[in-house]
Design a protein around this ligand. Sequence first.
Ligand SMILES: [Zn+2]
Ligand SMILES: [Zn+2]
Length: 118
Amino acid sequence: MEEKAASDNPQKTFTCQLCSLTSPFTYYGQKPPNTRAIVLLEECFITKDPFSPDREKFLVLGSICSLCGTYVCVGSDCSLFYTKRFCMQCVNKHLDQFPHQIQVELAKKKQSAKAAVS
Ligand SMILES: [Zn+2]
Ligand SMILES: [Zn+2]
């Protein structure tokens, strides 16, 4: 373990294990501090919105895949929230277990991604 001084440092870092997005976060959980009556649907990594003077504003950086425990950002390329957080690897693995509408949306996204490349 690190010495105690290091653990007092409030600067913690979240890293998405799929796209390597890295950002410091201030809180992990379902109830961001300094907010009134906000309870998130899932435990997430949260940081204060650096562009807003409103201290109740915050950004959700990412969360943890409920199936495999991978740290994923909330970007639509990395994870999907459907009752729980799923990383895209698990979504693709278990796609047949998601509702048809989600399968259609993902298929559309894949198509548009291909179109953007070509
Ligand atoms: Zn990501
Ligand atoms: Zn996963």
